[in-house]
Structures are given as C-alpha cells and as structure tokens.
Design a protein around this ligand. Structure first.
Ligand code: NAD
Ligand code: UFG
Length: 343
C-alpha cells in the first residue's frame, strides 16, 4: 500500500516507518520537524535500505498538503502529527488547538476530497480522564482535563461524526498508553528537547549523568509503593500495532477505538529498579510532591486489540528499559549534530 504518514519523523512515527517499509509498504512522510529531526528519517532509510518521499510541511498548510494528495496515489493515512506536551498545552492552548485540531481538519478535508478514507489516528489513554476503574476498556467514559487531552478527545469526536456521516470511512483510533524504548539498533529513539517531561527519558538522562537525580512525583498514592503506576509499552510493539490497525481499516468500514498497552502496570520505583539492574549502579532519586494532573494508576485492558486486530505487545519492561538505555548511550545528545551512521 501507499501510506501517507503525518508526523513520521517523530518518535512513534519513525519506528512505525521502519515496520511499514520492512513489510513492503510504500510511504510518504510529511512532518514540519517542529519536534523532530530529519536525521531520524535518514536512519530509517539506513536501517531498512528503502527510500521514500519526505516533505517538510505543516499539515495545517492546506496548499502544500494538497499538492501531495494531487501528486501521489495514497491508500491510507497514519496521522501522528501533533503537539504532545501536556504542561505546554495548558500554557499555550491556542497553539495546541490550532496545530492539533486545525491541522487534523485540513488533513481530513483533503482525505474526503481525494477519496482517501482509510485512517489510523494517534489517540491517547489520556481520553479516559480520571474517573474510571482499572483496567481501562474502550467503551468507558471519556473526558479530558487539559488542552492536549481535549485535542485528542475532540479529534476522536470529529472522526466519529465523520464516520456516522459517510459509511465509506474506515478509521482506527489507537489509544496509546505509555510508549517507551527504542529500536534495538540504538539508531532511532525518543529525542526530547530540553528537560524531559516523561519518566523514562528523565531516568536515562540521570543514569548517564546529564541530570543529578530523578524527582519521583508523589509517594503517597494508593499503590503498592506509593508511586504512580503506568502501562509502559515498547515503541516497536506499538509500531507493529499500526500495521495491524492498517490491515483492519482496509478490510472493514466504520470506526473503532483500540487500547495499545501491555495490560500491566509498573510503578515509578519499579522502573528505577529495572534501570539499576541494567546499568549496574544506583539511580539517585528524591521523593517529591505529586505532579498536578497526574493519575495514581493507569493501565489498559488490551483484549479488544488482541481479538479484533490480532495484536498483542510482546516485549517486557526489561527490554523497554534496555533499549531506552542503548539509545541514550549511543546518542547522548539525541540526533543533534550527528551524521548518518553513528559509531
Ligand atoms: P513526536 O513529537 O515525537 O512526533 C510528532 C511529530 O509530528 C513530530 O515529528 C512533529 O515535528 C510533527 N508535527 C507536529 N505538528 C505538526 C504539524 N502541524 N505538521 C506536520 N508535522 C507536525 O511525538 P510522538 O511521541 O511520536 O507522538 C506521536 C503521536 O502520538 C502524537 O499525536 C501524540 O500526541 C500521540 N501520543 C503520544 C504519546 C507518547 O507518550 N509519546 C502518548 C499518546 C499519544
Ligand atoms: N514521573 C516522575 N518523575 C518524572 C517524570 C514522571 O515521577 O520526572 C512519574 C509520573 O508522575 C507518572 C509516571 O512517572 O507517575 C509516568 O509519567 P510520564 O510523564 O512518563 O507519563 P504520563 O503517564 O504522565 O503521561 C503520558 C503521556 C501524556 C499523556 C498521558 C496520559 O506522556 O502525553 O500519558 O495518557 F497525556
């Protein structure tokens, strides 16, 4: 198939590009590089031995995006492009609404106009809000408390309306839990700019000596050790989930939401211990206040993805942490100033 990938230079997008190319698909990547580096795509080419078109485009730029729809035959779209920092979204909500929602509307309009109605969308576990029982299942109540989460929820709603209005659309809403890890080569991985917001990149930066210690946000939650529990999923397992979702959208019409996680919850201190085992020394940490907006516990029921997509995550927490560490060691400054083909 010919697949348009928005946000394909990013963390999850670049890993998904590898899986798609390795399975024989053709891809066209658009990304404005607002949170990524073109080097990730060079590495994708290097790892797969496959070439593809890349256009540096903001998806909200209708003229430029339309040129792609006019010039390329596209069978399906995987839509990763979006801004994702929760705290930043609270500070600059209009930027988030414009980028994520306007950008998506431009894309969906062009898909409608050019008759491309197969879509896989990057949603998030954040759409479940704070009031559900664990594990989270797809039919539970949806809500969002911050502008980032709202953009995911609103785009899901837009797509449900679109599907209701035109039964030719075929849409998979993939609700990711906590993607971590990196490609086993250590050539591509997560490259946060500035101080990492997320746990694993922060821990790897402490482990390599870039940061002094980890602040553990909250030690009085009702969890086994008082720290927050999440469903971490290896990014390569997640990437493979996109191929399965693509198969589903091309074989049936309608819209479906799928949790992509492992179904297992691990605490912040579990993560610290696994990293300590991998690197063979202590990770300095300090117990700190809860981070505003954080849930105590979040983990998925993934049985729907298993049954309907024939997908299940395979990699365990140790492999996730080992691959994150391998990426960190091989790319201490991320993609910045690196040439293709490190070492
Ligand atoms: P990322 O920032 O690494 O990738 C997103 C990519 O989209 C980046 O390369 C960025 O440059 C690009 N982009 C942003 N706005 C764009 C625009 N207007 N036009 C073109 N390109 C644009 O993030 P990621 O972790 O790979 O996440 C991919 C998707 O998955 C996002 O939509 C994110 O919200 C969603 N998601 C991520 C997580 C997570 O924890 N990583 C969890 C749930 C959902
Ligand atoms: N944590 C720390 N210290 C840190 C960073 C995180 O203790 O320096 C803790 C958090 O409090 C939480 C756990 O580690 O208990 C995981 O935090 P992350 O920031 O890695 O992940 P979140 O679950 O908070 O956030 C993720 C995505 C968001 C998404 C959210 C809800 O990054 O985009 O899941 O789905 F909105």
């Amino acid at each position: 198939m010919n697949i348009l990938i928005t946000g394909g230079a990013g963390y999850i997008g670049s890993h998904t590009c590898i899986e798609l190319l390795s399975s024989g698909h053709h891809i066209i990547v658009v990304d404005d590089l607002s949170n990524s580096n073109e080097m990730s795509l060079e590495r994708v080419k290097e790892l797969t031995g496959r070439d593809f078109i890349f256009e540096k485009i903001d998806i909200a730029d209708k003229k430029k995006l339309e040129k792609i729809f006019m010039e390329q035959r596209i069978d399906a779209v995987i839509h990763f492009a979006g801004l994702k920092a929760v705290g930043e979204s609270v500070a600059v909500p209009l930027r988030y609404y414009h980028n994520n929602i306007t950008g998506s509307l431009v894309l969906f309009n062009l898909m409608e106009k050019y008759g491309v109605r197969n879509l896989v969308f990057s949603s998030s576990a954040t759409v479940y809000g704070a009031n559900n029982q664990m594990p989270l299942t797809e039919e539970m109540t949806l809500s969002a408390t911050n502008p980032y989460g709202k953009t995911k929820l609103y785009i899901e709603e837009i797509l449900r309306d679109l599907s209701a209005a035109n039964s030719n659309w075929s849409i998979a809403l993939l609700r990711y839990f906590n993607p971590v890890g990196a490609h086993s080569s250590g050539l591509i991985g997560e490259d946060p700019s500035g101080i990492p917001n997320n746990l694993i990149p922060y821990v790897t930066q402490v482990a390599i000596g870039k940061r002094e210690y980890l602040s553990v946000f909250g030690s009085d939650y009702e969890t086994k050790d008082g720290t927050g529990v999440r469903d971490y999923i290896h990014v390569v397992d997640l990437a493979k989930g996109h191929l399965k979702a693509l198969e589903e959208v091309t074989r049936s019409k309608g819209i479906g939401a799928y949790n992509l996680g492992t179904g297992k919850g691990y605490s912040v201190l579990d993560i610290v211990r696994v990293f300590e085992k991998i690197i063979g020394r202590k990770i300095p940490y300090q117990l700190a206040e809860r981070r505003p907006g954080d849930l105590a516990v979040s983990y998925a029921d993934c049985s729907k993805a298993q049954i309907k997509l024939n997908w299940a995550a395979k990699k365990d927490l140790e492999e996730m942490c080992r691959d994150s560490w391998n990426w960190q060691v091989k790319n201490p400054e991320g993609y910045i100033n690196q040439k293709v083909g490190i070492n």
